[in-house]
Design a binder for this molecule. Structure first.
Ligand code: HEM
Length: 397
């Protein structure tokens, strides 16, 4: 029997792969009542859907939580549909214009220039934490360097980092996971404070530009971008940078420790990182709305329906990756995973994400070569529709 696509249940969070393998074989277009969406699970179908933005639209696809109460909506006012102008949430021609602006900040030169800064942030952290000989990898090691790097990239002053971090977490909860009514109102208040903060940052950079992402985007207001688009971009990139890379790093370190592959020989880090992203991707997939009836493998997805492109399943597709549940550190096509998406919305931060992952593996491997899991500690994942990440990971060295 095929269960539903129940991302909230323990079995699904920890290891959905036997279930996804059955879907790929028997029901490649699966209607999930739980998600209220159709799910595509084969690599070829997921890739083709990403590559067909006309029929698989991104418009509004990120606002997953439809469970905001009327009171919360009133409180949010015009921001109730927040994200409506975020680059991942729009179709061409708006997408083409927004993407062009954002890409200016992610040139290969700009990304390469961040390597040294990121390396230093990791070294600083390990100088402080090294003597402790034990830590929760997620809380104490995985997040800080990425959060600090993203903050500097955006132009958030160091003194405001904790404020931003706390508010970004609230934002994430409010829009991406269902919350009880009272908590919704609290989170909405926090979110509005956060938007005020980003607004003030934009105003400050408009007056006095610096060498940061906020200044670059602010300089495009009135010509290429609107004020609202800039505020949404900045707020969301703070979220993207704060969460996805640390999640991927945690998944990666756990995998390497379990496979007795720690520390990774520097010459193999590039491929090892790709294989870890393939087998334990931090992003589970992307949502799209079909703009017309789409018939695939005998199933008609009706116009207007929500579809999940399961990159998590695509990365374990046996027709592309032989013996997919086995970790193969030098798997030749490991980078054919779709964890950064594909097509026009392909992750604009992919090069930066990869750079952080490789740099962290290199520094951590060198500084903590005896890193190991604390025996007997359970491995717990956070519950989320869109991403896989650990709640905690007890390590020692
Ligand atoms: C391992 C880390 C990361 C993963 C797994 C990841 C995953 C993804 C995925 C799957 C998409 C496609 C969304 C879609 O098609 O609907 C995407 C888009 C995007 N990502 Fe990432 N991402 C990561 C890191 C980052 C970083 C570090 C940044 C920025 C600092 C970033 C910024 C963005 C933006 C702005 C988009 C929208 C691009 C567009 O719509 O054209 N991501 N990401």
């Amino acid at each position: 029997m095929i269960e539903d696509f129940d991302v909230g249940s323990d079995w699904h969070v920890a290891s959905p792969y036997p279930f996804l393998a059955r879907l790929r074989a028997e029901r490649p277009v699966f209607r999930s009542e739980h998600l209220g969406a159709y799910v595509l699970t084969r690599h070829a179908d997921v890739r083709a859907a990403y590559g067909d933005p006309r029929r698989f639209s991104s418009k509004g696809s990120l606002t997953i939580s439809r469970s905001l109460t009327r009171e919360t909506r009133d409180r949010l006012g015009e921001h109730g549909s927040f994200l409506s102008s975020f680059v991942a949430n729009v179709d061409p021609p708006d997408h083409t214009r927004l993407r062009r602006s954002v890409s200016r900040a992610f040139t290969p030169r700009a990304v390469a220039a961040m390597e040294e800064r990121f390396r230093r942030l990791n070294e600083d952290l390990l100088d402080r934490i090294g003597p402790r000989r034990a830590a929760d990898f997620v809380r104490d090691i995985g997040h800080e360097p990425s959060i600090k790097l993203t903050a500097r990239f955006i132009g958030v002053p160091e003194a405001d980092e904790d404020f931003v971090q706390a508010h970004v977490k609230d934002w994430f909860q409010l829009f991406l996971s269902p919350q009880p009514p009272g908590r919704q109102l609290e989170l909405a208040g926090s979110f509005l404070d956060y938007l005020d903060y980003v607004d003030r940052l934009v105003a400050a950079r408009a007056k006095e530009p610096r060498d940061d992402f906020t200044s670059l985007m602010t300089s495009l207001i009135g010509t290429e971008l609107t004020h609202r688009e800039v505020v949404e971009l900045i707020s969301t990139i703070l979220l993207g940078g704060n969460d996805t890379v640390p999640n991927q790093l945690g998944n990666t370190v756990l995998r390497l420790l379990r496979e007795n592959a720690w520390p990774v020989d520097p010459a193999r880090i590039r491929n090892a990182a790709e294989e870890c992203m393939r087998i334990d991707g931090a992003s589970l997939g992307s949502f799209r709305y079909v703009t017309t009836d789409v018939t695939l493998h005998g199933v008609t997805i009706p116009a207007g329906a929500l579809v999940l492109l399961s990159t998590d399943s695509a990365a374990h597709d046996e027709t592309v990756f032989p013996d997919p549940e086995r970790f193969v550190i030098d798997r030749p096509n490991a980078d054919a995973h779709l964890v950064f998406g594909y097509g026009i919305h392909f992750c604009v931060g992919a090069a930066l994400g990869r750079l952080q992952l490789r740099t962290a593996l290199e520094v951590l491997g060198r500084r903590l070569p005896t890193l190991r899991l604390v025996p007997g500690e359970p491995i717990a994942y956070r519950r989320s529709i869109v991403g896989r990440g650990l709640a905690a990971l007890a390590v020692e060295w």
